[in-house]
Design a protein around this ligand. Sequence first.
Ligand SMILES: *Cc1c(COP(=O)(O)O)cnc(C)c1O
Length: 494
Amino acid sequence: MNYRSTRDTLSSPITVSSAEAIKKGLAPDGGLYMPDMIPRLSSVDIAALRPLPYADRAAYILSMFLTDYDKDALLADCREAYSEERFPGGAAPTKKIDDVLTSLELWHGPTCAFKDMALQIMPRLLSRALTMTEETLRAHILVATSGDTGKAALEGYRDVPGVDISVFYPVDGVSRMQKMQMTTQEGENVNVCAVRGNFDDAQNGVKAIFSDKSLAEKALEGGRFFSSANSINWGRLAPQIVYYISAYCDLIENGTIADGEQINVCVPTGNFGNIFAAYIARYMGLPIAKLICASNSNCVLTDFIRTGVYDRTREFYKTMSPSMDILISSNLERLLYVIGGSALTSELMTELKECGKYTMPASLHERIRDVFAGYYLNEEETSATVKETFEKNGYLADTHTAVGIGCARKYIAETGDTRPTIVASTASPYKFAADVAAAIGKKIDSDEPSEILASLSEATGTEIPAPLKRTLTLPVRFTRTVDPSDMPEVALGR
Ligand SMILES: *Cc1c(COP(=O)(O)O)cnc(C)c1O
């Protein structure tokens, strides 16, 4: 199977292997890589997957997409990435919330957020890709982060052969806990640096490094090339397809559904990567009826699904589900490509860049509405959902997961569709402990991470996840703070 750009309009498009696509990240024309065909998942596959542990299911499904990778190598990588040590108790467990909703908990990894599901395996796929393409340079991953991605990337890339990683975070733009998680990072090939300014300053700094030819040459002299770890890389998307298929197998195994029965899936969405992976699982043949796209007050996707107009020219809100505070959902481009083809995608992406908005042709909008339903929750509704789900269902959800649960409930109330529904649970409640505690009525008069975590644990009778507990005990390794203009120096230093 080969990969092509979502914006390639040549009569015979340029294609690359999956190893190349993972190494490059973005296609040269600015588009995203997509497989030139989407494999089918049959009932025979489901039967073969059911008895397997998560890592083996992951290797099975990844090998359908990464056809140039050795199957045994993929299995070895998956078994390491999703090991008991990294994901105690299993990688993507399902928990019943009520008669209809089941939570798919994607946060049992080293950083307690769902990005671990992809970022534990993706660096291994990149490391293999470097060998497979006979790359002689080391890859230097540069990441600008508003919190969660940076930590998950650091944990994923730490001590991976052939790769170094530098993470930049805005000095006053992350929570105490997030800062502590990053500055105590272990590993020989990692570097963490604070940047004076906000997230955009850090992000622009990284973008400027990527587009500076003289810096690329200097990196080359040091035997390196710069690369990114963000969610547009196919190597991050493919591993996310796995857990929807895995959850379906688990629901059959535990008697929630019959083999072949249709389910719905609801995903708290930001960059549209996670829900697009669910869409691919559906496209492959997994019996998913509706995909419910859940947003917070930054409801650009809700409006898009309802009206066919994508309009990013609107007010930006900072919410208690910050990982979904996004107005440009990059992976939506992949959906446009699957539904409308590369010529239309290319056209719409140009419109988005130039005017900040675009309109889907009516017939294609119809096709999106057949599959997707869009809902959003404001801040008050998000808090109320955390509270209600905890008090009525005994389930403690983080603020992002609560947006998913609340949107699924709105969908069910509006449509009466009570098919078994999986809600992707994207972070541990302890990752956003202060807001979760406030939502259930527990006031915490401290911004000390250890006290916040202890208070939430006491108030709810739940356990603090081991990785967060451990972070509180680690020494700080990285203390440097620079101006955005000094970021190139940091990037070349390691
Ligand atoms: C990244 C993230 C999301 C959004 O996922 P996308 O793939 O960008 O749509 C939701 N919740 C949490 C906790 C996240 O870290």
